[in-house]
Design a protein around this ligand. Sequence first.
Ligand SMILES: Cc1ncc(C[n+]2csc(CCOP(=O)(O)OP(=O)(O)O)c2C)c(N)n1
Ligand SMILES: CC(=O)[C@@H](O)[C@H](O)COP(=O)(O)O
Ligand SMILES: [Mg+2]
Length: 626
Amino acid sequence: MKYLDQINSPDDLKQIPRDELEAVAREIRSRIIEVVSKNGGHLAPSLGVVELTIALHYVFDLPRDTLIWDVGHQSYAHKLLTGRHRTFDTLRKYKGISGFVKTKESPYDALTVGHASTSISAGLGMCYAKMLKQDKSNVVSIIGDGSMTAGLAYEGLNHSGDLQQKYIVILNDNDMSISANVGALSSYLSRTLSHKALQNMRNQFGQFLKSVPKIGDDMYEWAKRWEESFKTFVTPGMLFEAFNFDYFGPIDGHNLDHLIDILTNIKDPDSPVLLHVTTKKGKGYKPAEKNPVYFHGVGAFAVDTGKCPASKSSAPPSYTSVFGNCMIALAKQNKCIVAVTAAMPEGTGLGCFAEQFPDRFIDVGIAEQHAVTFAAGLAAKGAKPVVAIYSTFLQRGYDQILHDVCIDGLPVIFAIDRGGIVGEDGPTHHGLFDFSYLRSIPNMTVMAPMDENELVRMMQTAVAHQGPIALRYPRGAGQGVDVDYNAEAVDIGKAKVLRTGDDLLIIGIGRCVNDAMEAAEQLSAQGIESTVVNARFVKPLDADLILDLAGKIKTVVTIEEHVLAGGFGSAILELICDNGLSGCRVKRVGVNDVFVEHGSQSELRKDYGIDAQAVVAAGLTLCREK
Ligand SMILES: Cc1ncc(C[n+]2csc(CCOP(=O)(O)OP(=O)(O)O)c2C)c(N)n1
Ligand SMILES: CC(=O)[C@@H](O)[C@H](O)COP(=O)(O)O
Ligand SMILES: [Mg+2]
């Protein structure tokens, strides 16, 4: 590619004549579409910021100046301009480059991101650290309108206005989150001239007014009020002006010349500046422009049609789709059921629910803390809220779960999707900590289904339960079992023996129960007969059953798609130890004390040892030591 082949850093970009940058943008779009059509990824967000990315790399002195991309899912152009054009084919692939901004990957990646709305707080911190070192280089955070719905963003804005650091925030407003954006963020009508000279003239005029004897101050205040009311009327940047940011915009985020001029004007600010740019999500690829929701995060697709290969009809339904169908069935029976999502209606399978029960479907935006406490309020007044939030994003609402739901034991259901290894999104998105962060909270019940039919049964259990309860299930296809949406509930704290054998006890939780069964078959072929238990509950454990079996068999293997620290296996160890079961030896299969990288779920499960082979190895070791 004529331009990308010669760009290994932003300095190379600066050598390109300004009137050829549009051609660079075309090449970048073509490269992004080419690779994402094969690897999958966040196409629409990245296509929407191609010009903005070029302008930022053209104006600022990277990596001395610091760019912080919020979420980082829109960073493909940034990667292509910072030496990753030749490795871009490995995007999101196992041991390839990440689909998000990642400090380990490049000196141009200032912060590892993936969870939304962190860029303002982190950027302010970087500003302050630079100030302490008399480092006058710029810090620029780029945050989307969807990510501006999170409270954390306002905490950062509020503090920025107080610290008055030399800081630039760019609001990339494409009027979309993953779905249509929610919340009161107003659409912006006009723009404020940003030219520094005009800003200087404004300041000089103010000084002149103040200098007029006797009436100067009053005239200045009057002029100031007039300007504020004009700006408030014409460019409602008042939200940001209230945070002591100088607001500029909104400007066309696809007009390269305009962007370069304005960024040049606002560079090296004397106080916090917010530049509001409007962009089109999916810009430059018609299917993505037409359907930015679908192309927000997409699998492999045919470039000419924009169509993804039809999923094999034989593929089992996803846990997510079964959850969505189950919610509709339950809501028909129970008028109290209300679904709450944090900006992920499609991802959590609630799209159809929202259509059928619009009054009982609430999307709070990217506001997981609010979602949980809002649900606590719903429950406190008789509703039966189902909070559907991915495991990794629910981490953001931990205190709200503990403080606002569990202390009072309010009947909130947590439908925790993406539990376990999620695959290509990598370490910022794997849901590997929820057993630990939930089971330590009094009044909380934690369960995980072994298959999609058991998910339905556990949802029945959850709706009937009069207290906080969480069920956690994985990303992707189910086990291919029949699903009975009228199946009866499972009894809380009761496990199920799936297979008997005297040589080894294998206890699995969630989808890992299937690995346990596979391992038992492999061990049987080697003369080792196992009892396999589907634990169903992380809390409360089926203590009587587990202690009885472990006391008899003495060799135990646990398996979970979760970190070992504080997870399901730890709970089994605590139970066995606390009950003085002597001579009982336990091996836990789970994720060691590391962050799991990105790749396919199957590659990662194999690489991190969360599979039948790992159970077989642990079982053989224990039995040989008998
Ligand atoms: C804390 C958190 N919640 C939810 C998500 C899922 N998520 C990723 S991108 C996104 C929408 C972001 O919208 P915006 O900031 O406007 O960026 P755009 O995709 O429009 O460029 C959401 C909800 C996340 N990454 N982090
Ligand atoms: C960027 C982001 O956080 C989301 O788009 C996330 O990647 C969605 O994950 P799923 O693809 O599992 O719904
Ligand atoms: Mg957006």
